[in-house]
Design a binder for this molecule. Structure first.
Ligand SMILES: Cc1cc2nc3c(=O)[nH]c(=O)nc-3n(C[C@H](O)[C@H](O)[C@H](O)COP(=O)(O)OP(=O)(O)OC[C@H]3O[C@@H](n4cnc5c(N)ncnc54)[C@H](O)[C@@H]3O)c2cc1C
Length: 279
């Protein structure tokens, strides 16, 4: 069989969240040669994944817009995309995560629409149950569809969910996954809602719940709230000045950029071993 008649290699991406979307889009843009990409996502919702599907505008990115581009060779891609749609957005802005979810959807659609003819992307709504080697490559087993034979597999299935805690009852009032669609949509009850954990997800949950009429009590072992970013520290070159101000640095990943530094200073709200906020 001539190389012309041979089918292009097939890369299967399991998981259509942020990581899967960035891999697919970058393969379509950068891969040198013919290529078929199949992305399989069990929710049927391609792009935002868990972190960027939230519709609560108070749930913000923890990385400034200028460091969230999907493309390494276009670092301001996201900031420009957001400025065009929302207006008045600077690269140092911390935008709602839902906006980033829209961006990921847009990046995927755009990469698919503008891919060269010999590079294609197919989106499959389904759950992958397993993979096995075959004589010619890899076969993916799906829950409700025929197996997919491919040459390479990218596992972009995200982090495992929170395991149920033996001490807590299996009860609709106990929310194990605050990011499941609609999990916090009741806005909190009239009584007291306990949030276990005072990190970034704990704060997001408390923000969503505090729009209700009850109380929210957030509690954690260390009683620490997340640190806040210093606006003056948006750029790594200012690191020395921030250190002098008594803050510290951490490394975080953002889009296709492998690592980036962000400067944080202690939150101005006091944090004790338990933190309560009124509605
Ligand atoms: C609440 C929250 C906020 C965050 N905020 C930020 C931020 O501001 N900035 C930042 O840089 N990072 C942030 N992160 C980190 C974030 O997780 C990563 O940036 C990124 O979104 C991870 O994407 P992912 O594709 O690996 O995982 P996910 O978004 O979890 O996507 C995995 C996908 O795989 C699918 N899947 C899983 N198993 C299967 C299967 N067997 N078959 C088919 N599909 C499957 C799932 O349905 C899911 O859609 C945040 C994380 C969380 C949880």
């Amino acid at each position: 069989m001539s190389s012309q008649a041979r089918k292009p290699p097939l890369v299967a991406i399991v998981g259509g969240g942020c990581a899967g979307t960035l891999v697919a889009s970058n393969l379509l843009r950068r891969f040198d040669g013919r290529l078929r990409v199949v992305m399989i996502e069990r929710s049927g919702r391609f792009g935002p994944g868990v972190a960027y599907a939230t519709e609560d505008p108070r749930h913000l990115l923890n990385v400034p817009a200028e460091r969230m581009s999907a493309f390494r060779d276009a670092p301001s891609h996201f900031a420009e995309w957001a400025a065009e749609r929302l207006g008045g957005i600077g690269g140092a802005s911390y935008l709602p995560r839902g906006v980033y979810g829209e961006y990921l959807r847009d990046v995927l659609d755009d990469s698919r629409a503008h891919a060269l003819p010999q590079r294609t992307l197919e989106l499959v709504a389904g759950e992958v149950l397993g993979a096995s080697r075959t004589r010619t490559g890899i076969a993916l087993r799906l829950a409700d569809a025929a197996p997919i034979a491919c040459d390479r597999v990218v596992l972009a299935t995200g982090a495992p969910g929170v395991a149920a805690m033996a001490q807590l009852p299996r009860d609709p009032r106990v929310v194990y996954d605050p990011w499941a669609p609609g999990a916090l949509s009741s806005g909190g009850s009239k009584g007291l809602t306990l949030v276990l954990g005072t990190g970034l997800s704990g704060v997001d949950a408390a923000l969503s719940l505090s729009s209700g009429r009850g109380w929210v009590l957030a509690i954690s072992r260390g009683g620490q709230l997340p640190y806040v970013h210093l606006p003056a520290c948006a750029r790594p070159r200012r690191r020395r000045r921030c250190r002098a101000a008594g803050s510290h640095w951490r490394r975080s990943s953002a889009g296709s950029q492998s690592t980036s530094a962000s400067c944080r200073a202690p939150a101005t709200i006091g944090a004790t071993r338990s933190t309560a906020c009124a509605p």
